[in-house]
Design a protein around this ligand. Structure first.
Ligand SMILES: NC(=O)c1ccc[n+]([C@@H]2O[C@H](COP(=O)([O-])OP(=O)(O)OC[C@H]3O[C@@H](n4cnc5c(N)ncnc54)[C@H](OP(=O)(O)O)[C@@H]3O)[C@@H](O)[C@H]2O)c1
Length: 296
């Protein structure tokens, strides 16, 4: 099957390329310099030329805080970009697998969010991603939206890499302890998307609509940091664990408000045999990889 992948240089894009077997699928991957999804002409001509069997959209404007001042840019990628991909896919009669975010929810929930729960984004990034979801649903008859959260990997910028960098610079760190979510390894998310591609290839069908994909164990950023430091010390990525202080969101103000609670209910996917991201296992693997990278 021929897969057109956008956002090839991001965390998800890179992980997807790592695991997509050339013997099974022909993968045509594009970075933003090769295919800017906000440019309608570029999208239409790339899709018409490649004639993929499916589009996987890993491209997004993901600068959550900057988005508050760059609303136009966020919407250009996260809404218009998705609309462009949706229209191109619909013209060709092919499906789109698109990735969205827990930030579409307000974060005041007390139990895991279901795909059907009401959406109330608290910032520009979440609102622009929700606008993209809506465009996709309006235009495409065959689409999957996979909402995910707290993505980490060996690639790009993410919480795991930031914590390790800071632990090597400081003796003590304060991390927010009143926001809860599920860390998700980008490689596991890529695997789930590939599983959906395989299923589509075999059956020509998928459970079209919106689903959630995330890690298997909820934690706080503080809890996540504590786990990262313990494992990073074992692997030798940091000399010693910094003193870790739990603080509240109010003590760490950010331009964009974060959801306090963004645990996602994955039931609609686990019912289809797509398992949650075992993020503790994935974290070990990511830390080993980062350690290897420092030795090269
Ligand atoms: N990271 C998280 O914690 C998180 C949480 C929830 C949901 N998500 C969602 O998960 C998906 C993957 O996230 P990620 O962490 O892999 O993101 P990422 O590492 O920031 O990668 C996003 C990629 O999108 C590309 N991009 C930006 N504007 C583009 C444009 N106009 N045209 C084409 N490509 C463009 C960027 O390319 P360049 O770098 O070349 O510009 C970048 O490589 C996104 O949909 C994101 O919203 C992420």
């Amino acid at each position: 099957m021929r897969i057109l992948l956008t956002g090839k240089n991001g965390q998800l894009g890179r992980c997807f390329q790592d695991i997509c077997s050339p013997s099974k699928h022909e993968l045509m991957s594009y970075g933003s310099d090769e295919l800017d999804i906000s440019q309608t002409d570029q999208v239409l001509s790339a899709v018409a030329e490649v004639k993929p069997d499916i589009i996987v959209n890993a491209a997004a404007y993901t600068a959550v805080d900057k988005a508050e001042d760059e609303s136009d840019k966020a919407y250009a990628v996260n809404e218009l970009g998705v609309k462009n991909l949706a229209q191109a896919a619909q013209q060709l009669g092919i499906p789109v697998i698109h990735v969205s975010t827990d930030y579409v929810f307000d974060g005041y929930g007390v139990e895991p969010y279901k795909p059907s729960d009401p959406t109330t984004p608290q910032g520009v990034y979440g609102a622009s991603k929700l606008a993209g979801e809506k465009r996709l649903a309006q235009i495409c008859t065959q689409y999957i939206v996979l909402r995910t959260a707290w993505v980490f990997s060996e690639y790009g910028n993410n919480f795991v890499k930031t914590m390790i960098r800071l632990a090597n610079q400081r003796d003590s760190l304060s991390v927010v302890a009143d926001q809860y979510g599920c860390p998700t390894y980008a490689g596991d998310l890529a695997q789930a998307i590939l599983q959906l591609c395989d299923q589509y290839q075999q059956t020509g069908e998928l459970a079209w609509g919106t689903h959630h994909y995330c890690g298997d164990l909820p934690t706080s950023w503080h809890g996540f940091a504590r786990t990262i430091f313990a494992k990073a010390e074992q692997v030798g990525l940091i000399q010693s664990k910094p003193q870790l202080t739990a603080i509240s969101s109010a003590q760490y103000p950010t331009p964009a408000k974060r959801p306090e609670y963004s645990v996602l209910d994955m039931a609609t996917l686990t019912n289809l045999d797509v398992s949650c991201s075992p993020w503790l296992v994935a974290l070990d693997r990511v830390l080993e990889t980062l350690k290897r990278d420092t030795q090269e």
